[in-house]
Design a protein around this ligand. Structure first.
Ligand code: ADP
Ligand code: MN
Length: 179
């Protein structure tokens, strides 16, 4: 384990996955039960201008990795955050103690993205991203395999189970620190 994470009293968790898999909903729930601070990176990109403009064709911001890292570094070094983003390779590996990749069945994900009002091109792109499990592969390439876990996020029951599981994990992490 690296020096940075040994200095943290509270863990940092990354919740990643294709848009629509339920990252923000789960993070809000976990933030309430654990006291971890929810950082919605997509929202910060918009609010703080951590991008290089808007891509009209893909209807999304062209993110600025360096600006995002600079914005988050101090908070992450302190620990106690649950970070919510659809990509995971841009962050320094040392930041996270646990990386969770949410997964959703194609037809369920399609409905969620359609409800969200995404243009067809963006729906197709995200469904393909999920089919080819791109974010899971990205997470496995970017972080140690012991800390990367895939979680199903199809139903409210899944969300409840995931929330309880994360809450337990946080408790264990903290008690292992004290010993
Ligand atoms: P993300 O942040 O990954 O883009 P959201 O948390 O915004 O996803 O969720 C997208 C939509 O799907 C929301 O309407 C949310 O209520 C719903 N949702 C999220 N997770 C689940 C789940 N496990 N079961 C059922 N609906 C879910
Ligand atoms: Mn979100």
């Amino acid at each position: 384990e690296n020096i940075e994470s040994e200095e943290r009293i509270n863990p940092n968790i990354l919740i990643t996955g294709t848009p629509g898999t339920g990252k923000t909903t789960l993070c809000e729930l976990v933030a309430e039960t654990t006291g971890l601070i929810h950082i919605d990176v997509g929202k910060l990109v918009k609010e703080k201008g951590l991008h290089q403009g808007f891509d009209q064709e893909y209807q999304s911001y062209i993110i600025d990795d360096d600006k995002i890292i600079d914005e988050l570094e101090d908070k992450l070094l302190k620990g106690g955050n649950i970070v919510d983003f659809h990509s995971c390779e841009i962050f320094p590996e040392r930041w996270f103690d646990l990386v969770l990749v949410l997964r959703t069945n194609n037809t369920i994900l399609y409905d969620r993205l359609e409800t969200r009002g995404y243009i067809q091109k963006k729906i197709t792109e995200n469904i393909e991203c999920e089919i080819f499990q791109e974010i899971l592969e990205e997470a496995k390439e970017s972080y140690s395999s012991e800390i990367v876990i895939e979680l199903q996020s199809n139903s409210l029951q899944d969300m409840e189970n995931n929330s309880i599981r994360i809450e337990e994990w946080v408790k264990n992490w903290k008690s292992n620190k004290i010993q």
